[in-house]
Design a protein around this ligand. Sequence first.
Ligand code: DX5
Ligand code: ZN
Length: 219
Amino acid sequence: MDKTILIAPSTDPIKSVNAIIDYAESVKHDADFLHCDIMDGVFVENKTYSFRALRAINEKTLLPLDVHLMIDNPTKHINDFLNAGANILTVHYEAYKNKEQLIKDLKHIQEFGALSGLSIKPHTSVSEIIPYLYYIDVVLVMSVEPGKSGQKFIESTYEKVAQLNKIKIDYDVDFKIEVDGGVNPSISRNLKKFGADILVSGSYIYESENRLEAISSLR
Ligand code: DX5
Ligand code: ZN
């Protein structure tokens, strides 16, 4: 069955806030979201930008912001990112020792009026997050180790997407399935077949000579 897939170009390969704003401008007619990769140098080795930079980006683009927090202690920072304009706010399952707090944070994001996202690293199994799916609007399946763009897609991601679609039916829950890392047009065709809803793409779109064509080749 064919369905429309949403495309979220990622800010990860881009080094300055002004360049991110220019990038958002260059993809605004074709992208569905701007995927904003927030790294703190602790949860992952690299460091990107703060909520203040996110606010500046939000002021300059009409694209909805899909904010991927690759940070330690997300509880402390979610209000800053919500207030800065996140439309989807995604936290990492692995960043929480206290899973009661995870539920509180997911509910808080929803009550604020944003969509709540939960991301899992390649080594985290889908079955671990079943108890939280009732509080989640988007599951972000990492198809590379979080931390940098330009890595190779991990093939076991397809199975995770299939499992999540089965869980939706078995547990009668609804959420979108988003995949992040190493996506190109042939992988995107497969992900579509397995039932993904949103695809993140960093280097493939950013490095393409014609970004609008690159986006349509992922749909
Ligand atoms: C990886 C980031 C991704 C990254 C994807 O840590 O979460 O969003 O930008 O980039 P590509 O598509 O190049 O793997
Ligand atoms: Zn990301």
